[in-house]
Write a protein that binds this ligand. Structure first.
Ligand code: NAD
Length: 261
């Protein structure tokens, strides 16, 4: 299977290693990057336009770049009939972008596949949705310094926080809009479950934490569930959970496996 990447960072490196270790199943044909990405994270070549990436005729393109890449390339990939995995799911909180991707997917033979990323229990949540969900809440907590560069920096004195503080409370759409760099997990929960307006999100600065944690609760016809994850960071990017790359690898595994789970 011919795989291409969009992005040349921490996740791209792990996906590249995964493919290189399974040469009978995957060939990583190239990556689309920005001008600063001249040193490839793997043995593949970095190109700078979608046209050059598609010249490698990939069977599947893995976006592991950021929201701007989803805006620029998701619809063109569907129009070219190429399957894609989108890990920057927070981009889909933009209703007009999600509408354009949905519309393009309906006219295309290609599919957009969304990995669980750093969120636990996407399989259970999306199964539960089929019988009806009454409530989905997500509480994402990080050490105070991890909220630097977000609106929490102006609403709270992050350095002075001595006990867990809720820095944001609202819908998944509001969370994704106000905290775009932290939006992926909330967006994935919304997309797997009951949508951006009905999914409620709390963001917490907790000085007792060393790792990012996500606590998901859901109730519905299926029953109720509570899921917790404390994710280790990626080896090359402390802001990205290792699980993000692992969840892409799981989708790639399912593309070529005889038994899919
Ligand atoms: N779904 C999840 O739970 C989850 C978790 C973590 C990260 N993510 C997403 O994964 C993305 C990648 O994570 P990472 O740790 O590898 O980041 P990174 O910063 O290590 O690497 C990003 C790479 O993408 C490139 N890039 C950025 N914008 C681009 C564009 N428009 N076109 C082409 N290349 C572009 C950068 O130059 C860089 O090489 C993050 O931006 C985030 O949106 C999702």
């Amino acid at each position: 299977m011919k795989i291409a990447l969009i992005g040349n960072g921490a996740i791209a490196k792990l996906v590249s290693q995964f493919c290189a270790e399974r040469p009978s199943r995957y060939t990583l044909v190239g990556a689309l990057g920005l001008s600063e990405d001249s040193d490839s994270v793997g043995a593949h070549t970095v190109v700078y336009t979608l046209k050059d990436l598609l010249a490698y005729s990939p069977d599947l393109v893995v976006e592991c770049a950021g929201h701007s890449a989803v805006s620029a390339y998701a619809v063109p990939l569907l129009e070219q009939g190429v399957d894609q995995i989108i890990v920057s799911t927070g981009s889909l909180a933009d209703a007009s972008l999600l509408k354009a991707i949905t519309h393009a997917s309906e006219k295309s033979t290609a599919k957009v596949k969304l990995p669980a990323g750093a969120l636990p229990g996407v399989d259970a949540l999306s199964s539960a949705k089929l019988a009806g969900l009454a409530r989905v809440t997500l509480r994402s907590a990080k050490p105070p310094h991890a909220w630097k560069g977000t609106p929490a920096e102006s609403s709270h004195d992050l350095g002075a926080i001595k006990a867990p503080v809720v820095i944001f409370s609202g819908t998944a759409r509001e969370a994704a809009t106000a905290f775009p760099k932290n939006a992926n997990v909330a967006a994935t929960a919304a997309l797997a479950g009951i949508g951006f307006e009905k999914t409620t999100v709390e963001l917490v600065a907790d000085p007792g934490l060393a790792r990012n944690t996500h606590h998901l609760e859901a109730e519905g016809t299926f029953g109720s569930m509570t899921l917790d994850i404390a994710g280790n960071p990626s080896p090359d990017n402390p802001k990205t959970s290792h699980m993000a790359a692992l969840s892409i690898m799981r989708l790639l595994d399912n593309e070529t496996a005889g038994i899919v789970i």
